[in-house]
Ligand binder design. Structure first.
Ligand SMILES: [Zn+2]
Ligand SMILES: [Zn+2]
Length: 334
């Protein structure tokens, strides 16, 4: 079917206008919510090392402290009040960065501002290693306080302190400044294998049944750290971000033992009300027969896991807990 000459320019300007309205809505929401300072988390843990073979502490957004045996892993550390110049976090980090243990392995899934924050990396102690997907290290200055910066392609591994870190694929994009994402596709997730157990961290990703079934093949992860959003508008997010229902599909595809929710309720970068993906996720998870294996920790809450030699099982929680605080200040936690 032939179309008039004006069709394509009209379509292009329509799409441009539409995307501008969408970006302005997000920027407006972020600006308004950034006017108030970050909520304080009461009773933050000061000692993070535990006797159990594994523990996961959610610090906010995509940042989680994982203890596997003796090794400490930190995912996408964002520990400051702001990212970039204006984006302010809604809630302070669930652990005071000064109380973080020496970190053996930091993983950086991609260079977006909410995952790679240079001032935060300078707060990490321990002179461990940074592991990142191929193409991410060019965004890291050489004077960071780490012994080594390691890049691996998808499927390749690096072993450190008894943990084998393997870079996995993700349906997302790379770059740092926005427009460089058009040609920079460096991004990924990670699987961590140790004698104590296996943990998977997805980074930012859209849904892909084959990708996650493949990652779970053979030895499904004991624990999967998966993002809940940003979810809306779905037409814009679907390709590159999970929503709560997608996150549960990934959990099933991986055949993972436990779900730990990350990447929600900390920064504004979608049209979702800030706590909406978490609220929606809690409602979906509650209907499932395996709800006891699905965890949405509070900021700074530490989940403990014990081993029976085969798989890790949930063994309780420590630290700040939604039941112990005025949850209204943090959004609808229950
Ligand atoms: Zn991203
Ligand atoms: Zn992100």
């Amino acid at each position: 079917m032939a179309v008039d000459w004006w069709f394509w320019p009209a379509l292009a300007s329509g799409l441009l206008l539409f995307s501008r309205i969408f970006m302005v809505r997000i920027a407006w929401r972020a600006a308004v919510l950034s006017l108030r300072s970050a909520r304080k988390v009461p009773d933050r843990l000061t000692v993070l090392r535990v006797e159990q073979p594994a523990a996961v502490t959610w610090l906010g957004h995509a940042t989680a402290l994982v203890q596997l045996g003796d090794a400490f892993i930190l995912t996408d550390p964002v520990l400051k009040d702001r990212i970039g110049t204006v984006q302010r976090r809604l809630v302070e980090p669930g652990v005071d960065p000064a109380h973080l243990p020496p970190i053996d392995i930091v993983v950086i899934s991609h260079a977006h501002l909410d995952h790679l924050d240079l001032p935060s990396l300078r707060l990490v102690t321990g002179r461990g290693v940074i592991v990142a997907p191929h193409g991410v290290a060019k965004h890291l200055p050489r004077d960071l306080p780490f012994a080594q910066i390691i890049e691996r392609k998808v499927g390749e591994s690096y072993e450190h302190r008894g943990v084998t870190v393997t870079v996995t694929g993700a349906r997302h994009w790379g770059g740092r400044a926005g427009v460089d994402g058009l040609w920079d596709r460096a991004c990924g997730g990670f699987s961590f294998r140790a004698a104590a157990g296996t943990v998977f961290y997805a980074g930012d990703t859209g849904y892909d049944a084959e990708l996650f079934a493949e990652i779970g093949r053979g030895q499904p992860p004991d624990i999967a750290l998966l993002p809940l959003g940003p979810a809306r508008p779905r037409w814009a997010m679907r390709m590159n971000h999970l929503d709560p229902a997608d996150a549960l599909r990934v959990f099933d595809d991986l055949r993972a033992g436990h779900f730990v929710a990350v990447h929600h309720s900390t920064f504004i970068h979608s049209t979702d009300p800030p706590h909406e993906p978490r609220r929606e996720f809690l409602a979906l998870a509650a209907q499932r027969p395996d709800a006891a294996r699905i965890h949405v920790p509070f900021y700074g809450e530490q989940l403990l896991f014990t081993g029976d030699g085969e798989r890790l099982t949930f063994a309780g929680r420590r630290g700040p807990n939604a039941a112990a605080v005025d949850v209204a200040a943090f959004g609808p936690w229950r």
